[in-house]
Design a binder for this molecule. Sequence first.
Ligand code: BTN
Length: 345
Amino acid sequence: MPSDAARDDGSEGAQTAAVLELLHAEPLVSGERISEQLGISRAAVWKHVEHLRAAGYRIDAQRAGGYRLAGAPDRLLPREIARRLTTQRFGRRIIHWEETDSTNVEAVRLAREGAPEGTLAVAERQTRGRGRLGRTWVSPAHVNFYGSLVVRPTLAPADAPQLSLATGVAIARALEPLAPGRVAIKWPNDCLLDGRKVAGLLTEMSAELDRVHWVVLGIGVNLNAGTRAFPAELRDIATSVRLATGTRVDRVAFAASLCAEIEAIYDRLLVRGFASLVDDWQAYSCLSGREVTVDCAGRVVSGQVRGLDDAGRLVMETAAGEERIVAGDVSVVGGYARDGARERR
Ligand code: BTN
């Protein structure tokens, strides 16, 4: 079941949301003013304030002055994300779970039910977070971002990997202000921070031969997780923004900025094509010029990475000549500094 906070559509929830809006708008607001403004009784105002408190809002009641919003809960609540959204479509419908098995499972279900483009399924915790290639995505409660966006691109199914690459750039851009110059992309779309994995993308799609019905972009970003959130075998290869920078991330602000970055790059991909994004991807890539091994569903290709072509394929120089790879899992010897960062050293 989605959490109560997601249900802002019924009149009860809508009134609670309206009370919250007034509390957000002014430092101090009297019960009388709320009651007049919304056309509800003082008792109803009190009831909505209690609802908000139960949802984790800190609301001080001052005898003479009225109500003061002292703090919002550290939760990815739809109404809180909505307040910070700058997008037209992405994140304009959000469904929030306190706990679910996987937001991708939820988003796939929503997509099949006809959810509009930009619908976001978001959770505080996943009990069966899924990673690429059948791996598990560690998803502890209330510290990270786990969200899945439904999109309906006018792309040929064969070009869908371009959408994953573009989304990787959007994730890197959302992370960049939190750790300037330290974010990199490992092909196809792993985001690294100081060379350790900080975010990943799991893309699922439904298509006919020549038409995509929907794509679910499942995004996991380690924001505030501490070391103990990671199992021992991941501690050397994974990180969170807080672990790497020492600064706690505002998860709601991050969710809103992620939606904005994805919408911007998605629109660019569809209007101007992937070639217009290659340089942006390349600026974050940590692989150019590196000796790598790529596992392409069991076929192993070794060689030096040249870069990305205009179709989004990884271009490699191998002993047998040039190879262009659409999908695979890369291993690299040595660290993962961003190409630009390596040049600056
Ligand atoms: C990867 O292996 O790098 C991809 C990880 C993707 C994890 C996210 S978390 C939100 C969404 N729900 C899932 O079960 N997986 C994706």
